[in-house]
Write a protein that binds this ligand. Structure first.
Ligand code: PLP
Length: 404
């Protein structure tokens, strides 16, 4: 029996493929330096685990409301309103099993066959894949790469020019995976202005909203008084609370859309895991200090990773301002060694045990000259792993090693 053609064309997420490959190598005794997957290594905070245990002990184990338990939606609205002054109501929230699921529901709610969605690239792969799955067309708009001093910016004019009569949505992920960019208040304001002018929705994925460095200042799309008219907001617990395996995310959208999202949700997953929802309330209410400590740790990791990468001959490195990724430009090395980025990444993994992702894992084409490294790992791994990477590059550039 054949799978449906649309599934045959669905792309996956390379981070998971490389994770499996690294695990397989590690099981054969190879020492691995993993900068591949975007997952905080810090354990879920204790008070969250305690709250989940308490919920289990009290046998809170049945189905819940599809949109999520009221207590959690209330805690989410309090949390968002105190952060962004936005007056989100519990009735404007849908809780989902992970932010990816929230992305699927949000895109499905707005896109029909033949519609277009503007995707700044390089992009988290789920946005264009979900759109294609629904018969819609991703229209890619490359970010501007301004080099090691200024990093990555949205190309506002190109985004505006790309809007056609078929455009329904613009996706903005801020802080940005994979580049580590933090789009400024001014860029965010210009994007919502385009949405107002052209009457299109913005899908705002703010899952890295706490991962901001150097007091760079983060502007949420929820902070605009007219957010209800233009924003579908997605966030989740995976990164901020180190809860990747717990699977919990949520959508904020204007009230009229919620019943539609809820119908799709009930057909797909009925509800998010009951006791995880209870634990999430504790996450929202008691994590301030844990998050602060985590961000301080991540900043040190970013500093170390960026300074070490900058010492590798041929890499052009911009110190990311958000999320937990560095996206160095490797074009000089690729050119001199006459290889593509995927071959380089494979060589680095198989011969040096260092896992990084090729920029091409983030559609569409922008990433062919870049690598993505996650610094969600300890300082020793960063120190030793980037030394290994330097060794690999030196051996290639000096002709000691070749990639066939
Ligand atoms: C930009 C972005 N959005 C969404 C997600 C999905 O997060 P979750 O684990 O909640 O599904 C990720 C995870 O890597 C991400 O990087």
């Amino acid at each position: 029996m054949k799978t449906k053609a649309v599934l045959d064309q669905l792309g996956g997420e390379a981070a998971f493929t490389y994770l499996a490959r690294a695990k397989e190598l590690a099981s054969r005794g190879v020492k691995i330096f993993n900068f591949g997957i975007g997952q905080p290594d810090i354990p879920t905070f204790n008070h969250i685990i305690d709250a989940a245990k308490e919920a289990l002990d009290s046998r809170f184990t049945g189905y819940t409301e599809t949109v999520g338990i009221y207590e959690l939606r209330e805690a989410l609205s309090t949390h968002l309103n105190s952060r962004y002054g936005c007056d989100v109501k519990p009735s404007e929230i849908v809780v989902t099993p992970g932010a990816k699921c929230a992305l699927f529901l949000s895109i499905a709610a707005y896109l029909r066959e033949g519609d277009e969605i503007i995707v700044p690239e390089p992009s988290f792969p789920a946005y264009p894949e979900i759109a294609k799955f629904l018969g819609a067309k991703p229209v890619y708009v490359p970010l501007k790469w301004l080099g090691r001093e200024c990093g990555f910016k949205l190309d506002i004019d190109a985004i505006e020019r790309s809007i056609s009569s078929k455009t329904k949505m613009i996706v903005i992920n801020n802080p940005h995976n994979p580049t580590g960019a933090l789009f400024s208040s001014s860029e965010v304001e210009q994007i919502i202005e385009i949405a107002r002018k052209k009457n299109v929705m913005i899908l705002s994925d703010e899952i890295y909203d706490h991962f901001v460095y150097d007091d760079a200042g983060f502007k949420s799309f929820l902070s605009f008084p007219d957010w209800r008219d233009y924003i579908v907001y997605v966030n989740g617990f995976s990164k901020t609370y180190s809860m990747t395996g717990w699977r919990l995310g949520y959508i904020v959208a204007r009230r009229e859309v919620i019943p539609k999202l809820s119908v799709l949700a009930v057909n797909v997953y009925s509800c998010a895991t009951s006791f995880v929802q209870k634990a999430a309330i504790s996450a929202l209410q008691k994590s301030e200090n844990d998050i602060k400590k985590m961000i301080e740790i991540f900043k040190k990791r970013r500093d170390l990773m960026c300074s070490k990468l900058s010492n590798i001959n041929g890499l052009e490195v911009w110190a990311s301002k958000g999320a937990f990724y560095v996206f160095p430009n490797i074009s000089r090395i690729l050119k001199e060694c006459r290889v593509d980025v995927e071959k380089f990444v494979n060589h680095l993994l198989m011969n040096y045990g260092v896992v990084v992702l090729p920029g091409t894992a983030f559609p569409d084409k922008f990433g062919k000259d870049f690598l993505r490294l996650s610094f969600a790992t300890d300082l020793t791994t960063i120190d030793e792993g980037i030394n290994k990477m330097g060794e690999c590059v030196n051996n290639l550039m000096s002709g000691k090693d070749i990639i066939s």
